[in-house]
Structures are given as structure tokens and as C-alpha cells.
Design a protein around this ligand. Structure first.
Ligand code: ZN
Length: 151
């Protein structure tokens, strides 16, 4: 985990998005059904309203060893955290909507991470196959702060 780069992530409530790279496929159980993800880059959108805000939540996501609590823990345990976006005061559903408007962004597993959400197809999106880390800063334009980690 690139701890130095985590320093400036805001410790206040808001929304965040993670780019997670999966080098291999991943299969796991989601609410009683078997689901699978192919290798590629994924975008997970979440919100943090607890103590420590976005910084605390993102720090948890970045730890590989943890009790699996959220769907996304399957990805953060197996994959590589490539980028973080933080939007203090923002909503994860707005991030999902913004990302889905981009070419080639899809919904790999309906309902993933969105059990409590009535508006989104999922809070996990797949990024275009050919998308490169160089293109990720533009995912949310200037509206969100972003941190990128070299592989
Ligand atoms: Zn939503």
C-alpha cells in the first residue's frame, strides 16, 4: 500500500471511487449466487460518513488483510488499488452516473455494492478494456481530487 500518497486524502465525509485492477479472474458468492469477474480494471463508488471520513474508509479498502464485510472487499483483497478519487460532500450515486456516461463503462454484476441503493444498477463498474491509467484522471474531470499509484 502506497502510504505516502494517502496523506492528503480528506478525513471528512463524502464520496469516493476506487480503480481496482484485477490481473486474474475472480469468483465469489454474492447474496447466495456465484458471480465472476474477468481480469480488467474496475471502478467502485462508495461513500464514507463515519469517523475519519473518506480517508479512514479508503485506508480500510487499501488493506489487503481484513474481515470481508463489503462486496468490494473481494476485489481489494485480490486486486491492486490503482487510483482513488475523493469528493468531499459528494454522493457515490452521482459518481456512478458520471462514470456510466463514459464510453465503454459497464455494469459487470447487477446490484454489486448497491444493496441499499434504489437508483444505481450497481456501485461497481467495469472500465473499458483498453483504458490506461493515464486516462483515469479524466474519469470525473476536475470535480474530484484524485490519487494515482504506479503499478
Ligand atoms: Zn447508487
Amino acid at each position: 500500500m502506497p502510504s505516502v500518497g494517502f496523506r492528503d486524502i480528506p478525513a471528512i465525509p463524502g464520496a469516493y471511487a476506487l480503480v481496482i485492477g484485477l490481473a486474474g479472474g475472480l469468483a465469489f458468492e454474492l447474496r447466495g449466487r456465484q458471480v465472476a469477474l474477468v481480469p480488467g480494471a474496475y471502478l467502485y463508488c462508495g461513500s464514507a460518513h463515519g469517523p475519519g471520513g473518506i480517508a479512514a474508509r479508503v485506508g480500510r479498502h487499501a488493506r489487503r488483510r481484513k474481515k470481508r464485510h463489503w462486496h468490494v472487499d473481494h476485489l481489494t483483497a485480490a486486486g491492486r488499488l490503482a487510483a482513488i478519487y475523493a469528493l468531499p460532500g459528494g454522493s457515490e450515486c452521482a459518481l456512478v452516473e458520471q462514470a456510466l456516461a463514459l464510453d465503454g463503462v459497464g455494469v459487470p454484476i447487477r446490484g454489486f455494492g448497491a444493496s441499499d441503493c434504489r437508483s444505481c444498477a450497481a456501485h461497481l463498474l467495469s472500465l473499458p478494456e483498453k483504458s490506461a491509467p493515464a486516462g483515469w484522471p479524466r474519469l470525473f474531470g476536475d470535480s474530484a481530487g484524485s490519487w494515482h499509484f504506479a503499478g
